[in-house]
Structures are given as structure tokens and as C-alpha cells.
Design a protein around this ligand. Structure first.
Ligand code: RB5
Length: 144
């Protein structure tokens, strides 16, 4: 799925993981759009969630990764937008299941919650798991 375009964003609480995950994805050959933040200076996560969501809605990116301290603020914000299915994951089972069953288009991570190794495993699995469709589509249609 290396031709998948991934938009990535964080606040200050997720900045270090954003940089590490971006490096990992660039090494794998993914095309990345980084919407910031660009330092550990305190900032507001909804600004970056909205920027990333807009890239998905307008078709510039296929998938998004949003990181804050807990991942919760980012997921609450992203899920306010129609067509966005943002999944906060802290384990690899959920990362696989949310792609297969929910066709999630944004992955949220908490830098203050999980280790970097696990975060990268989650990213890798989430980007490489296909949506199963079938019985799950009816449920997604019900959300919309
Ligand atoms: C910032 O301190 C923190 O509140 C933010 O990164 C996030 O965890 C919010 O949900």
C-alpha cells in the first residue's frame, strides 16, 4: 500500500511520535503530508485534526494519522466530520479490526500512553489491513 497518501498531524503532546512515525513511513516509501505541529511548543489539537481531516475530505490524502498526548482529543475532533471514521488504538488487535470492520480512515495514537515500538507496529498493521466490506458496510452506512 506504499502508494497510499498519508496525512499526519499532532499537537505538542504527540510531536515526537509524529516525527518518528513520519521517518518510518518515508523509509517505507509512503507519500506523506505533514500538517504540523512543528515543535513541542504548546498548541491546540483541534487545529491539526481539522487540517488533516480536510486533506482526506478533499482527496489529497487517503488516510490520516493523528497523535496527541492521549489520542482522545484528536479522535473526538476528527469524528465530528462527516465521512471520517477515526479510531483510537492502543493495541495491534484493534488496529487490524478497525480497518477490517470499520474501514477507519484515521488512526489516532496517544504518545503519553503507549511506547514508540508499539505505536509503529500499530501504524504498520493499520496501513496494511484491507477493509472486509460485506456485512460491515451496512453498519457503516448506518453511521453515515
Ligand atoms: C495536551 O496537554 C493534551 O491535553 C493533548 O495532547 C491530548 O492528550 C488531548 O486529548
Amino acid at each position: 500500500m506504499q502508494n497510499t497518501k498519508v496525512v499526519i498531524g499532532s499537537d505538542h503532546g504527540g510531536f515526537e511520535y509524529k516525527e518518528e512515525i513520519k521517518k518510518f513511513l518515508l523509509e517505507k516509501g509512503y507519500k506523506i503530508i505533514d500538517v504540523g505541529t512543528n515543535s513541542k511548543e504548546s498548541c491546540d489539537y483541534p487545529v491539526f485534526a481539522k487540517e488533516a481531516v480536510q486533506k482526506i475530505i478533499n482527496g489529497e490524502a487517503d488516510r490520516g494519522i493523528l497523535i496527541c498526548g492521549t489520542g482522545i482529543g484528536m479522535s473526538i475532533t476528527a469524528n465530528k466530520f462527516k465521512g471520517i471514521r477515526a479510531a483510537l488504538c492502543g493495541d495491534t488487535f484493534s488496529a487490524r479490526a478497525t480497518r477490517a470492520h470499520n474501514n477507519s480512515n484515521i488512526l489516532c495514537l496517544g504518545e503519553r500512553v503507549i511506547g514508540l515500538g508499539l505505536a509503529i507496529d500499530i501504524v504498520n498493521i493499520w496501513l496494511n489491513t484491507e477493509y472486509e466490506g460485506g456485512r460491515h458496510q451496512k453498519r457503516i452506512d448506518m453511521i453515515e
